[in-house]
Design a binder for this molecule. Structure first.
Ligand code: SAH
Length: 391
């Protein structure tokens, strides 16, 4: 087996548990280098570091799968998926959950979402893509699923020399699946929805709005399929307006409202949030609760400043629409913006909007997307509720 030797002086990151090895951290390689193959990795002093898969096309040369001297084969993959499932059961996420969250489950670059009896997978690197058949087999053994679908239509795969692709990994099935969440029904479009079809990472946060929306007039911005908005209606809001730039999202949100008998309370509009929020601020429109769940305004470190400007602007405009004593519910889903940076941005927006804020809750993604300390990319979602009062 090919052996990769690390430089003597490398950051303690790898020894501390981080699975990524960059090309410039490697001293020498003994043996053939074939993209996607399993290699052994050794520290500069000759000590065994672990086993992982290599890809010379990627900036991340090796991603470690194990720290033990054990075979990496189908049985290994099955064991890892089984462990991920046992963990989800232990922490109480079973019906719908992120079954495998990549690095946080020691399966770098693998995402598996479970929507009751259906599974959506993403193999985002060459080294894990090679195990796709084994992954499907393992899911079939553990769950006897009604269907498995691949959503590998993601640009990040191209950095690994992989094509973008989506399709069935089992016999074809109806890709419009209905899931239950917090006692509500939602349609998940596995084939054409965003990412894997549904944002499971906000499932606990959607419950966090329960008390503040009672009898409230609610505005939800970046609604996608209307999940937060339909929760608001369910928890007793007087009226809910949801906005999204995508017509398709609005159509789905309307379907979801009807599915729950809440179509009289929820209304959705396809508009550009930046434009309408600015205008409505000028018009003096007011809401009791404004909810914002924007997309990641950046995917690269170079654009963090631009992203922060975007977050500040949308939060400032949102706050201006809140009645004295109302609430702002706001999220950021990129790990490139740290929790501290996010809070500072909200603070700056409040100052510019001449509002005083008081923190109600500040939390992360749901626990089925575990956070590993020291692996920044696992700590990505910020979810904040603040009370907003006039200065
Ligand atoms: N709250 C949703 C997820 C939102 S994802 C949930 O819990 O499922 C972000 C959404 O913002 C996407 O649906 C996207 O279409 C929408 N979006 C992006 N830019 C926008 C803009 N300028 N105005 C309105 N919506 C926008």
């Amino acid at each position: 087996m090919t052996k990769v030797y690390l430089r003597k002086k490398i950051a303690p990151r790898i020894a501390n548990g981080h699975p990524w090895i960059y090309g410039n951290e490697v001293e020498k390689i003994e043996g053939p280098v074939e993209g996607g193959e399993i290699v052994e990795v050794y520290y500069g002093d000759g000590k065994f570091a672990g086993k992982g898969y290599i890809n010379p096309k990627s900036q991340i040369l090796v991603r470690l799968l194990t720290r033990k001297h054990e075979p990496v084969d189908e049985a290994f993959i099955h064991q890892r998926i089984l462990q991920a499932w046992e963990y989800r059961k232990k922490i109480g996420y079973t019906e719908n959950c992120r079954l495998v969250f990549g690095e946080a489950d020691q399966m770098p670059a693998l995402i598996i979402d479970k929507f009751n009896d259906y599974f959506v997978i993403q193999t985002l690197s060459l080294g894990i893509d090679k195990w796709k058949d084994a992954i499907v087999k393992s899911l079939q053994t553990i769950f006897s699923p009604k269907g498995i679908y691949e959503r590998n239509d993601v640009p990040v795969r191209e950095l690994e020399g992989l094509p973008q692709h989506k399709g069935f990994l089992t016999a074809p099935f109806d890709t419009n699946v209905i899931i239950n969440e917090n006692g509500l029904k939602f349609l998940v479009d596995i084939e054409n929805g965003q990412k894997t079809g549904y944002f499971l990472d906000q499932q606990d946060n959607r419950r966090a709005i329960q008390h503040i929306v009672k009898d409230a007039e609610v505005l939800g911005v970046f609604t996608y399929t209307g999940t937060f908005e339909i929760h608001a209606a369910h928890y007793g809001a007087k009226s809910v307006l949801g906005l999204d730039i995508s017509e398709n999202a609005v159509a789905q949100a309307n379907k979801n409202a009807a599915l729950n008998g809440l179509e009289k309370i929820c209304r959705f509009e396809a508009v550009n949030a930046f434009d309408v929020l600015k205008q409505w601020g000028k018009d003096g429109r007011q809401y009791d609760v404004v909810m914002l769940d924007p997309p990641a305004f950046t995917k690269s470190r170079e654009n963090i400043q631009k992203a922060l400007t975007g977050y500040k602007e949308i939060n400032l405009r949102g706050m201006k629409l809140i009645r004295n004593g109302g609430f702002l519910v706001t999220s950021s889903c990129t790990n490139l913006v740290s929790p501290e940076q996010f809070l500072q941005t909200i603070d700056a927006a409040a100052k510019d909007a001449r509002k005083k804020i008081r923190q109600v809750v500040f939390q992360h993604q749901a626990a089925d997307h575990p956070i590993i300390w020291g692996m920044e990319n696992t700590n990505y979602l910020k979810f904040l509720i603040v009370e907003v009062t006039d200065k």
